[in-house]
Ligand binder design. Sequence first.
Ligand SMILES: *Cc1c(COP(=O)(O)O)cnc(C)c1O
Length: 414
Amino acid sequence: MSPLCRIEGVLHYEGVSLERIAATWGTPCYVYSRAALTEAYQAYERALAGHPHLICYAVKANSNLAVLNLLVRLGAGFDIVSGGELARVLAAGGNPDKVVFSGVGKTEVEMRAALEAGILCFNVESESELVHLNRVAGGAGRSARISLRINPDVDARTHPYIATGLKESKFGIPYDQAYALYQEAAGMAHLRVTGIDCHIGSQLLDTGPFAQALERILTLADRLADAGIRLQHIDMGGGLGVRYGEETPPALSDYTQVLLRQLAGRAEHLIIEPGRSLVANAGVLLTRVLYLKHGQSRDFAVVDAAMNDLMRPSLYDAWHDVQPVRARSGAARRYQIVGPVCESGDFLARDRDLALAEGDLLVIGSAGAYGMSMSSNYNTRPRAAEIMVDGADAHLVRDRENIAQLLAGEHLLP
Ligand SMILES: *Cc1c(COP(=O)(O)O)cnc(C)c1O
């Protein structure tokens, strides 16, 4: 259920008026819902109850410490893609024994930090990485638990920038090389082979590719078992799509049934790495209309949030719902909702029929995933504040950045 509701004409998030949030902390700001996040996580737990499993939230979707800490309290593990994300998980109180480390370019420093923390598994993406990790683990006097990220060569039928499971992708180990590489890994002194993983893409709206990928993974796992390499877990990555507007993603239970059906009776634990589907619809971006510009052929609403705050529309041509916080009467016009950044690609939404006045607040929906975490300081814009609502309460969970913070760390020539 969406935490957005209109009370006496004013949009609220859970029990908190978005007008009150804007008055207290200013705009633009991200607003998250504790209840929505909790419900999304618990729905996964319920749906997977029939098989031993671990839900490793993909930190890159939204890495705010309060979000991570809430997931820690709910029992989540984490999928990280950098040493920075490991530091965040640890700072949020996460248990390293529930952390898997993905990514094609892990550095030696990151490997050492993860070994020292004692993470559950490195999801290794190439032969070179395997050799490197073995050496780093040996040097640190540790043993690294590893999984190979297999590229199952299935078409996830999603936006090309977020499809990762085709053979031309930079991600993972080609399916037909994986068996030999597992045998090589099994012979390395400082590695312990514990799993297999894949992640075929993001915002998948069909369960078919997951089923296909799992089938290929299980075939490989069986071949490995025949060769004496027994895996403890199968990690199917993330990627379940969400509804931004007109999409019809699979029901969570349909997705989990596809996985559980094929895993029935097998000993391997299931790991999944959902990001978007846990947080996208647990957050919104709140922004204020600065100027209305009625051009010759188009009407623009210039708002105080921009592509640096929410990159998805510019990067993927993504569609986000836009609603006025307080509906006003009067004739609607067809607006281009744009930010102040000096790029024609700086838009948040296009062709929206709205009745607006300068100073109005707008809510950009489904902004909890890949919103703040992809934000930047382009145009020397301080990044937005983040607020989490909890029933009738609202808490600032990240201060708005200030200009001094942006300039700190830069140096003039002597
Ligand atoms: C991004 C990513 C995820 C999460 O994907 P979502 O589409 O947000 O669920 C999971 N695993 C890996 C390896 C990723 O890169």
